[in-house]
Design a protein around this ligand. Structure first.
Ligand SMILES: [Zn+2]
Length: 267
């Protein structure tokens, strides 16, 4: 993947609902109308009562997850906030940065559609959400996309092309090294007492995370047996539910996908 996924949640209590969202009908595409990068956006939401927030900010350097993805966000009207996950694109200053952001955003939305088992009918612009459910009269990101010769339909088509490849969810995502280390550590702490065969599966999964984060792969013990891979996939599934860090979840998904691919288990 072009951009790493990082997590740094908004800390200002006034900008957090702290309520779980129980339904996700749509992924909403926004644009910030500002050249500030994702970290500056995060800083803005950490330093005052903004009465708003968003789940993810994507600039030309990273995909920054700023809210637990299942928390109720405040990025569209009160009605649609209850069943949407929002992504803000920071405004790129040139075509090269826009291209990096576009590719990263296509990969992120592909990943989220795969997680929800949905197609691109799940993706709406803020403009489209406003027309459908009211609440705001914003028209983003139409104007921003037009600056670079793109439309929201172009974006959906790009995601559809990725979905058609039918790759494993998260396979194209780049893991943040810190998230890979955290995921490996959690997994290892649960598997210290494992037998030799299972250790091959743990080792295989850990190395998949290292590869995804572009950190040095450790000694490879071999390809796991199918039943061992299945056991470790179950453990990874449990660990996935135990963390609310999106970047660590991506690492767990990459690990499980690698085990399934290596042993022919279905995704
Ligand atoms: Zn918006």
């Amino acid at each position: 993947m072009s951009l790493p996924v990082n997590t740094a949640y908004i800390t200002h209590p006034a900008n957090r609902s702290n309520r779980k969202r129980t339904e996700t009908r749509y992924l909403v595409l926004h644009e910030t109308v500002s050249n500030a990068d994702a970290r500056r956006q995060l800083n803005y939401f950490n330093t005052g009562d903004r009465g708003a927030n968003c789940h993810v900010f994507i600039d030309w350097k990273e995909v920054l997850v700023t809210l637990p993805l299942d928390e109720v966000g405040w990025h569209v009207g009160p009605k649609a906030n209850a069943f949407t996950e929002g992504v803000e694109l920071c405004r790129a200053a040139n075509a090269a940065d826009f291209k990096k952001q576009w590719d990263g955003a296509v990969e992120w939305f592909t990943y989220r559609c795969q997680v929800y088992g949905r197609g691109t009918d799940m993706i709406l612009s803020h403009h489209e959400v406003g027309k459908k459910f009211g609440g705001t009269d914003h028209t983003d990101p139409d104007e921003y996309f037009a600056m670079f010769g793109k439309t929201v339909n172009d974006f959906r088509n790009a995601v559809a092309a990725e979905l058609a490849k039918n790759t494993a969810p998260a396979a194209s995502l780049k893991i943040a090294p810190d998230a890979a280390r955290e995921a490996i550590l959690q997994m290892q702490s649960l598997t210290r007492t494992a037998d030799k065969d299972a250790r091959i599966a743990y080792n295989y999964a850990a190395n998949a995370a290292r590869k995804g984060a572009q950190i040095t792969v450790e000694q490879v013990l071999g390809v796991p047996q199918r039943e061992d891979a299945e056991r470790v996939c179950d453990i990874l599934g449990d660990l996935w539910h135990l963390t609310d860090r999106a970047d660590v979840r991506v690492a767990y998904s990459v690990m499980a996908d690698a085990l399934r691919d290596a042993t022919g288990l279905p995704h």
